[in-house]
Design a protein. Sequence first.
Length: 690
Amino acid sequence: MKPTFEPTDDGLEIIDRIERHRYRLTTRDPVSIESVDCDEIQYPVDAAVRITTDALTLPTTHYVYVRDKTGSMIAEAKPDEQIFLADGEYTLDLSVPMKVYARVDSSVRVYSDAERTHIELNDSSSVILGARSYHTRPAHTVTTTAKPTDLMRAVSTFGSVLKTTTAERSYPTLRGHPPVIELGDELRVPDELSSPKTGIRIGVPRELDKIFVAAPLAYYLGATVVPDTQPRLVTDHGYTRSLTGSEGFETTVERTLNQLFFLDTVVRTEGMTPLPLEKRTEVEPLLDHSVQSLYEQPLAERVQNYLNVPYSELKPTIPEWQFEAHLDSTPDMAEFLPFIASDLAAVEVRKRRKEPPTVSKEAQTIADFTRGDPIENTGPVPTTEPESVRNNASKSPVVRQLWNRSKGKDIASTTPLSAFQNSIGRTPHDDPIDIDVVCNDIEMSEESEFVNDTYGERDKLPFDVTVHRRISTTELKDILATKSDFLHYIGHIDNKGFKCSDGKLNGKKIKESNVKAFFLNACQSHTQGLYLIEAGSIGGIVTLGNVINSGAIEVGRGVAKLLNQGFPLYGALDIVKNETVVGQQYYMVGDGRTTIAQSDLEVPNLCSIKKSNGGYLIDITTYDSVQAEKGTISIPHLSPIDGYYVVPGKTGQILAERSQLEEFLDQGRFPIVVDETVYWSDGVTVDSLW
């Protein structure tokens, strides 16, 4: 489970075999690696080693944060600047696809050229390197009955995994994963789990739906959930806040969590990591206390002062975090709560109802060659998920993950409990990133050829891409059973399964899927995708109805490029939905934040550009993923920007000059949108965009 340090001819490589992330550090001479105790690094790490060197070179240009032996940040090395520190004991935070620290007792010089960041030390200095995977898993299990009071006790243990109750817990690395919940015949809570003494209680009626909605807020506050006649937040200082505002209970809880979390991201800038946050100057005039005094207050007092600020005044400054989990008010939904709380999702309890799928006008007149069986796949194409599809294909209970993105268009996923369980149960994988491309129809070979060239094109990240053509049911079953990272399926699917050279393979009969994620680029693939999640996969992109072949090729190309660059499934789908009408027919199953590759950038992002009065308006959207969870900070390498933004979110429109835009496009490979057309930064010039 721990990251490993492997020697190379010119340094070493740090490998996270769970998340399939790699990070290469080069040195002037080969180094020997000696394992040391993790306590040698003052921050939580999973593994640590000692090397001796006079320099480290990072594979890309990067920010480097320097802390002294007390843990306080004393310097920030930006890619366009250099810093020098005299002899001393320092810990360098390298902020890469894993959490990597370098502890040195030396002078330090940090600078960047056009491609890499360099760290120079004294001659033959001892360097302690520590690494921690971003993969988290629950350490404990709580068994509870379906009785509301027992479930309240179970949810009250969630805050026990918070690593701090200061504003810094808004950093994802300082929030542990809540314990797993299992339904049983009695309440059983491990002795080491208890509610932290935060002095905060959340009272709700003895109703399952109220407990479900309150769970993420209780986790973030380390609050005890107790029975009450009316939903409210109460502190030991005598403060009471109703949780039934004019917008209703669910919306009030969502806004309360967003307000508390956002203000923590502002206030933490007075703490151990005093990086400038762009939103701070907008927020400070709205506060009754200074940011510094708020940072020093105990949690219960700080919460009261946060909530004294009207939400309506803060709303324009709060980032777009609109991630929701929709679930039913049934006891089996309780087992989702640790995962929903960990994501800090807004919870909506849906009413049981069956609705027919809606049909787009474009779908009603499909005349082109589609990816379904021309005999069996007939009729209109649904563009919203019918209730029967959502529930009948899954053996385990499901929730609906929902991202309100893409110009008001929802990005949604049907997510069985098994998707989360499969994720936390993953085991290390030593080989390069394995991708299987299956093309079971020769008329669709255009897409298979393109994606074969796309996946694995990154020189610094090893891929193993295999293309399979016209395979049998047995061969497809074998591919699914073999441990790999991604399956890109191109062909025909209907309600009887995957069309193969010798018949059809129904996913319902697949007992084991060791493919982490998949893209089933075929008609009506939603149900088959759910079967793969039940069999062991974590997430995938699917379709609800028929898709036109020409449009499917376009979507397939876009998805391949984006996933190859480290975008999560939901981020890739959000972008391709902007490119084509056919993109609206695509959906997700499983966990939509699943990725198959690490990002070369700090955070996967999309850049929208418009011309404006001789300059350019640039708006950057960041996507959260395993590498950058909610609360991470990011600073785009764009000259007018000198502050950080919270992930996920948008920068808002920033005016840049031509030279600044040109420099920005040279920073790396990322998607950009101009006039609703998606380009890639490394394939365009400013002139070619207009």
